[in-house]
Write a protein that binds this ligand. Structure first.
Ligand code: UDP
Length: 333
């Protein structure tokens, strides 16, 4: 059997491809536009196509050349909250309209299973913690809205065309392949852990912690960190779930443990042995106080068992990547 990974050259997608190649017998086909992804991140055992998922003729060719593909894993989307506030149409076009174009072609070629990256950002400001899949989804930024629209489009496409889906709502993804050979390389970098580690490397002078007056134990935001290998394993289980003929649904993916931004800083100092200068800075717009997943549905229904259940282990894996690749993938696009 074969799986098509869209966005397989990105941060999470490249860990997905690596995991599929190393832990399953699947044939792995990858599509990535390389707008934000890196060709060097894609495990060479996968068959690679460069192109845009919204280019329907291109996607028809990919499916035609790989008739054994019966499931799509879809990571190809933009994912920066702050950028989405300034350029909402970029997000609705690439993420939401991109999904419509993709589903049209999937329906045409008869591929009826899709596992798709959704996000905790679809919940907006949660009323209670931990967040359950059945809690209200009221996004507070266009990124979360674009993903919620994708979930809804899939719901109606299931009813009309029988395209079955699993939406995986990720919490905060952090860490890298433990041997340090692939990892996170965004430009510009906006995420907490890579920035903390860039300060540890001396590539940045200081970590700015965005806000210490939140309603949390130490005043800084609390987030739930999950490793990309554990996410990848949940996708593999979700593909199996769909192939077994189960109903479309959504799962939260998080470790169910919260760490404050200050706790992440302390853990990074412990793991790296570096001083990591930090200072308080104003709040960043759109950050809810706390986001922690209830992930028992994924554990019970899919049998998901996250291996990176300890924040030091997650940070050590990220440090293995950053310390061995100070320039990320560099010009090895
Ligand atoms: N954050 C921070 N300084 C930074 C980058 C992020 O204090 O330089 C905080 C951010 O305000 C949030 C947390 O770190 O509370 C996680 O942010 P990130 O952008 O990594 O992920 P998000 O929660 O937006 O998905």
């Amino acid at each position: 059997m074969a799986v098509l990974v869209l966005g397989g050259a990105g941060y999470i997608g490249s860990h997905m491809v690596d995991r599929l190649v190393n832990t399953t017998d699947e044939k792995v086909v990858v599509v990535d536009s390389l707008v934000t992804g890196h060709r060097a991140a894609v495990n060479p055992a996968a068959k690679f196509y460069q192109g845009d998922i919204a280019d329907q003729d291109f996607m028809r060719t990919v499916f035609k050349e790989n008739p054994d593909v019966d499931a799509v894993i879809h990571f190809a989307a933009y994912s920066l909250v702050a950028e989405s506030m300034k350029k909402p149409l970029k997000y609705f076009d690439n993420n939401t309209a991109g999904m419509v174009k993709l589903l049209e072609v999937m329906n045409e070629v008869g591929v009826k299973n899709i596992v798709f990256s959704s996000t905790a950002a679809t919940y907006g400001i949660p009323e209670k913690m931990p967040i359950r899949e059945t809690d209200p989804q009221k996004p507070i930024n266009p990124y979360g809205e674009s993903k919620l629209m994708m979930e809804k489009i899939m719901h109606w496409s299931d009813l009309a065309y029988g395209i079955k889906f699993v939406a995986l709502r990720y919490f905060n993804v952090a860490g890298a392949k433990p041997d340090g050979s692939i990892g996170e390389d965004h430009n510009p970098e906006t995420h907490l852990l890579p920035i903390v580690l860039q300060v540890a490397q001396g590539k940045r002078d200081v970590l700015k912690i965005f806000g210490n007056d939140y309603n949390t134990p130490d005043g800084t935001n609390v987030r739930d960190y999950v490793h990309p290998y554990d996410l990848a394993d949940a996708h593999i289980l979700a593909v199996k779930y769909l192939r077994e003929g189960n109903e479309s649904t959504a799962f939260n993916l998080g470790s169910s443990t919260g760490f404050s931004n200050l706790q992440i800083l302390e853990a990074a100092r412990r793991v790296t042995g570096k001083e990591i200068p930090a200072e308080m800075a104003p709040r960043r717009p759109g950050d809810p106080d706390t986001l922690i997943a209830a992930s028992d549905k994924a554990r019970n229904v899919l049998g998901w068992k996250p291996q990176f259940d300890n924040i030091d282990k997650i940070i050590a894996s990220a440090w293995a990547w950053h310390s061995s690749h100070p320039e990320g993938y560099g010009d090895r696009k």
